[in-house]
Design a protein around this ligand. Structure first.
Ligand SMILES: Cc1cc2nc3c(=O)[nH]c(=O)nc-3n(C[C@H](O)[C@H](O)[C@H](O)COP(=O)(O)O)c2cc1C
Ligand SMILES: [Fe+2]
Ligand SMILES: [Fe+2]
Length: 400
């Protein structure tokens, strides 16, 4: 049975939600599920904005059929060719053979790579700011290359001032009946997942996101319809501000994340003591993570949120404790910049973790590594409390 949501008189959400998938892109845990959004506009011409992941195929086709009510489908706009939005494009083309595919030039070869249907005969290839009239509505298109695939574009309904933003402004989390962000407590219940989605999936491409934000700032926007998560019609500027912060690699908050990699618990002990010492100095909302037990996507997201990062690691086979090394490499790959970093190392015979962590972090842009590194040899000694105090002082000072 169909499950559609009316957005406007002639605009409907026809997507689906998946709460079964454990790992989005086979990489990111999604305990709250995920939604794949698609939208149908029932103007003089009918338009489908993107399709959905294979997982919600049945729901999607029932939804599209219900909204079309027997009318033909005239256009499918392909804003993004990643399979979570185009896995059902082939089936759409089979079921609606008269539908024309609206996309940009970079999309065509990718469609050909994924599919065998004849795209050339049915494509309407659009360029930057070109328009397409569907009757009452006029659509225009803006290219958003590398947000986060090369062919990405966004579509703007000039009539109703609605931005179909592709993956931008998307989030992990299945929709729970409420379609609009103003119907949920987004900041409390969704922001962490939105940040984890953005930073892990798009985070590497900050400059491309900035370019898109600049283009979008020239538009009057009454609603943002992303490909995942709630639709925005109120307080859009608040969410745009988050994107401005994340994409410019500025910390969202003056806050500390401490991540430790510990085999027997001594590095963990030092990390806990440091956290207490920071709290004694008035630092609030300190976040401590065990790198072995926390998914990297959570710590990537937290690194984008926090101004100060502490990495505490045991030495492991002449290297950094492996899960810590993986995290640091991942942070570098995600282009993380502009953070103040403190290091704590541990080892029993040849302590190398600090030096090696520093090498990775120095490969990232504009990272301020505090000079007060603490070295633990097997276990923390009373005589080292002063060193931890000095480190806590330096961190607290850098946050002023
Ligand atoms: C597989 C393995 C490899 C290790 N390699 C090194 C090493 O190369 N250099 C070193 O100084 N200590 C090495 N250690 C020892 C730990 O780094 C050291 O005992 C440290 O104090 C452990 O801290 P923790 O109590 O936080 O786990 C290794 C330990 C293990 C289990
Ligand atoms: Fe995507
Ligand atoms: Fe997506």
């Amino acid at each position: 049975m169909y499950c559609v949501k009316k957005i406007k008189e002639d605009l409907f959400w026809v997507g689906g939600t998946d709460r079964r998938l454990a790992l989005f892109e086979n990489a990111y845990p999604i305990p709250r599920g995920i939604s794949y959004n698609a939208y149908v506009l029932t103007d003089e011409k009918t338009v489908l904005f993107d399709t959905v992941d294979r997982a919600v195929t049945d729901q999607f086709f029932e939804n599209v059929e219900a909204v079309l009510g027997g009318r033909p489908l005239d256009y499918v706009v392909v804003n993004h060719m990643e399979p979570d939005h185009c896995a059902t494009l082939g089936e759409i083309v089979r079921r609606y053979p008269e539908a024309q595919v609206v996309c940009n030039a970079k999309t065509i070869p990718i469609i050909k790579q994924f599919y065998n249907f004849d795209i050339d005969s049915r494509a309407i290839v659009v360029k930057e700011k070109e328009t397409l009239s569907t009757g009452k509505h006029t659509l225009t298109f803006m290219m958003a290359p590398m947000v986060h695939w090369p062919e990405v574009m966004v579509t703007y309904d000039m009539t109703d001032k609605i931005l179909f933003s592709a993956d931008a402004f998307g989030t992990f989390g299945a929709m729970n009946g409420n379609l609009f962000a103003d119907e949920v407590n987004f900041e409390r219940d969704w922001l962490d997942d939105a940040r984890r989605y953005y930073t892990n999936i798009v985070g590497k491409y900050g400059p491309s996101v900035q370019t898109l934000l600049k283009k979008a700032s020239a538009l009057e926007i009454s609603m943002v319809c992303p490909l995942h998560g709630p639709v925005w019609r109120e307080n859009i500027e608040w969410y745009v501000d988050k994107y401005k912060t994340w994409s410019s690699y500025q910390p969202e908050e003056k806050a500390v994340m401490i991540v430790y990699g510990s085999i027997y618990g001594n590095t963990e002990n030092a990390a806990n003591i440091l956290a207490c010492k920071l709290a004694d100095r008035g630092v609030k909302n300190i976040a401590v993570y065990d790198v072995s037990g926390t998914h990297p996507s959570t710590m990537i997201s937290e690194a984008f949120r926090c101004s100060n990062l502490v990495f505490a690691s045991a030495t492991y086979n002449g290297g950094i404790f492996s899960s810590m090394e993986h995290l640091l490499t991942d942070m570098k790959a995600h282009n993380l910049q502009n953070r103040t970093v403190a290091l704590l190392e541990n080892g029993s015979w040849g302590v190398l973790a600090g030096k090696l962590m520093k090498e990775i972090i120095l490969g990232m842009k504009n990272m301020n590594i505090l000079e007060q590194t603490v070295t633990v040899k097997s276990s923390l000694k009373e005589s080292q409390m002063a060193e931890l105090d000095a480190l806590a002082d330096a961190i607290a000072e850098s946050m002023k």
